[in-house]
Design a protein around this ligand. Sequence first.
Ligand code: CU
Length: 155
Amino acid sequence: MRRPAALTAGALAGALALTGCSGSGSGSGSEKAELSVSSPYMPQPVSADMAAGFLTITNKGGAGDKLTSVTSDVAGQVTMHSTTGGAMAEKSSFAIPAHGRLVFRSGGNHLMFEELKRAPKQGQKVTVKLTFATSGPLTVEMPVRPATYNPSTGH
Ligand code: CU
């Protein structure tokens, strides 16, 4: 059963290479991470000195990257946390796989905004800067939603 598996992998690699070439005029686009951010939001914090934030980072490129730090105009510091089995752990970086996504969502990975300089209120936006291991930084305007906001229902 080894032979069919090898053939399938070869065919898949060929298809991916073709897709990469047609997607970019530069010809080198498939070799780099191509990052974009979607669905950013911050639930209006109930605490005066701490808030959470969520977003999705999509990588359309053929190379992986890493989210290495997050900063914001409203917070003295922003930390990145994972949640596994209900336990939260601070992480120094998060991998963003090639042709994959890094998802921060309620109950899972999340950003924690600490040492708040002002209390973010529903309807406002906070500025969040994302720094990566190889790609250039991205700046995101993160809207502040109601404290109980659920992205799957939109309210
Ligand atoms: Cu946390």
